[in-house]
Design a protein around this ligand. Structure first.
Ligand code: MG
Ligand code: ZN
Length: 219
């Protein structure tokens, strides 16, 4: 019985996600779902990306959190439209929450939308939101075994950003094991080492993002 209930929830979610996708496509908004465990650097990544792209692209942000609006306030200081979703204890965003957020954003004024998911490496992978690409932020202090422990998350991702690479000399992080675990899940999944503190790798990430956006807009 429990399994049937979960299946129904997911299929209703899928329908709303498709509605979201239609709305995003109609407004030409390239949308990125950013997922990670808490503290891996999703908000820092969004801030770094806004700093580099906001003169060229009109950006919007949906901030998902269990509670509080600290991240939305930080991102809002960059002068881009931000909507906060508080899940009220829920451990992932679902398509309906995103649908509500979209109705409160100035869609015609946005070309690139970031959805910061709730910090959690499990269920966000199972809930479609309507986005075009999924990004995982993993980080050096979390250790190299995350892809082994949470394979679904990595299986569903389009790119892995390995953040806090500046801490590599101080942490027992086995880069080879990390890459190999990811290869075993998805051979083609690209890993970009970045640091939101030093700026290392951010240009590479931004180039990837811009290339994906162009590809989408040319189809
Ligand atoms: Mg955050
Ligand atoms: Zn959840």
């Amino acid at each position: 019985m429990e399994i049937k209930v979960l299946k129904n929830i997911l299929s209703v979610n899928e329908q709303i996600a498709q509605k979201n996708r239609g709305l995003l496509d109609k407004n030409n908004i390239f949308t990125i779902n950013i997922m990670s465990s808490p503290g891996a650097g999703k908000t820092s990544l969004i801030l770094q990306t806004i700093k580099r792209l906001k003169d060229k692209t009109r950006i919007g942000v949906i901030e998902g959190d269990v509670s509080s609006s600290v991240d939305a306030e930080t991102v809002g200081k960059e002068g881009v439209p931000v909507i906060q979703i508080n899940t009220g204890g829920g451990c992932h965003l679902d398509a309906n929450m995103v649908n509500n957020a979209l109705s409160n954003l100035p869609l015609p004024d946005i070309d690139l939308l970031f959805i910061e998911n709730v910090g959690n490496l499990i269920c966000p992978a199972s809930f479609a939101l309507g986005d075009h690409k999924r990004v995982i932020v993993s980080s050096i202090p979390e250790g190299h075994d995350k892809p082994l422990k949470y394979p679904l998350m990595f299986h569903e991702a389009n790119i892995v950003l390995l953040n806090k690479i500046d801490l590599l000399p101080y942490v027992a992080f086995d880069m080879k094991a990390f890459s190999q675990a990811i290869r075993n899940i998805n051979e083609k999944l690209e890993i970009i080492p970045i640091s939101c503190t030093t700026g290392q790798g951010i240009e590479t990430w931004v180039s990837w993002l811009v290339a994906q956006m162009r590809k989408k807009n040319s189809t």
